[in-house]
Design a binder for this molecule. Sequence first.
Ligand SMILES: *[C@@H]1O[C@H](CO)[C@@H](O)[C@H](O)[C@H]1NC(C)=O
Length: 319
Amino acid sequence: MGCLMLRQLLCCAALRRGLAQGDAYARRMQPRYHVAPERNWLNDPNGLAQVDGVYHVFFQHNERAPTWGNIVWGHATSTDLARWTREPPILRDPPPYEAGGAWSGSLARVGGRLAALYTCVDGARANRQCAAFPEDATLTRWVRAVENPVVAAPPPGVPGSLFRDPTEAFAWRGRTYAGVGASLDGRGAVLLYEAASATNWTYAGPLWRAPPPPPGCRGWTDGPRCASMMVECPDLFALGGDRYALKASLGGRLRRDVVLVGTMSGDPPAFAPGGAAPRAAAAASGPRPTPRRTPNSGRASTAAAPTRRRVSRTTAAGA
Ligand SMILES: *[C@@H]1O[C@H](CO)[C@@H](O)[C@H](O)[C@H]1NC(C)=O
């Protein structure tokens, strides 16, 4: 621990000296394989995709400061997932409904059209869902949907500030759905929306609800044991048949990603954790990015998270 702190001090002293010496030194301090902006803040990865043979990673980014704020989507591309080219951030120049930033979301093909589904947050921190469309296959220029925000308010029981991070769209029994992380009646939940198109979403009930919080929890930031009162950055992975892995970030003071393996059933579908974990689920639990399918051949996603987040896998088998 002391060793780690000493290393961090040395690192930061060296970094400060380096920044004073200019960009060449700062470039040497950049991670070699991990996607990072040239400077300033990043958090959640968003919208991993492969389009025309090029991998795209977007991420929450503040262009102006090394602290959270002014959130846009940073963008990097790669053909080998090792060497990354920084592209200009997207979803800049926010309209009033996005004055609080373009928060996390996903890329998906909905109704045959590639779209970014994301949480647009206004100046008063109201979480609403928005869509934007790329102008071409480079994914460098985007236009926001004129219908934004496409989900203007959460359903009853969900506070306006606890409703975010749409999953990639997925097909179930001939319909297309996306999930949104939320706190529903004080319990973390993934809310299901039927997406007839990227701009036409209809609430279809909860896809999954976290267990009720223990007594004494007033909010999801009260402490690690209260973290399941809110779900962020949910994601769903098809494992074959009706078996799915549901990934959810339990934030607050816990900062932990959980992957539940279970079964999807019903119409509209509900997810129930349980049963034996298929071997394929292990791929979703590692700290390394694990591209799965993509908008061309399916979809891509990742369990990667900021370095201080621990990643764990939970199955409800026998629990
Ligand atoms: C949205 O989709 C539903 C079907 O899910 C359809 O009934 C409705 O007409 C659509 N609304 C618009 C504005 O296209």
